[in-house]
Write a protein that binds this ligand. Structure first.
Ligand code: FES
Length: 157
């Protein structure tokens, strides 16, 4: 187990009734430590830390959309395509990102910089369409905003 995982889980242990309840936090931390995804060794580390099976960790990781079981780009661009966002043009925003990045939703750019995803409701329906970039919300986003968003991300890489 990495020292970061050990330290952060140690700090959180008192907040939960049992170790098993820490699984989402542990998977999130492990994912951050493994370049944004959960390879099998990360699932084993979490399982060892919480005294559960890797299969249990896999069952949790495969359920939650924010946990990734395959490599992702250094930056994650997620466009909500659920109802409120769809009604105000989310698909055109997805298409604009796809054109700008040269990838389809679900794909990562060849240089490993960006993964583009279409996601379910991001909880920002009142300011749709919503785009989430590396956990930061941009709202509302129009297709014309897309080049500037990508440029801004490239600028901080
Ligand atoms: S439907 Fe897009 S944020 Fe809720």
């Amino acid at each position: 187990m990495s020292s970061r995982l050990e330290n952060e889980l140690g700090a959180l242990r008192g907040l939960y009734p049992d170790r098993r309840s820490l699984v989402l936090d542990a998977l999130r931390i492990a994912q951050e430590e493994h370049e944004g995804w959960l390879p099998p060794e990360a699932l084993r580390e979490v399982a060892d830390a919480l005294d559960v099976t890797p299969a249990y960790c896999l069952s949790i990781a495969s359920f939650y959309d924010m946990l990734h079981l395959a490599p992702v780009g250094r930056h994650m661009i997620e466009v909500c395509t659920n109802l409120s966002c769809a009604l105000v043009g989310a698909q055109a925003v997805v298409d604009a990102f796809a054109r700008e990045l040269g990838v389809a939703p679900g794909e990562t750019t060849e240089d490993g910089a960006f993964t583009l995803r279409a996601i379910e409701c991001a909880g920002g329906c009142g300011r749709a369409p919503v785009v989430v970039v590396d956990h930061r919300y941009h709202e509302p986003v129009q297709p014309a905003d897309v080049p500037a968003i990508v440029e801004e991300i490239r600028g901080r890489s």
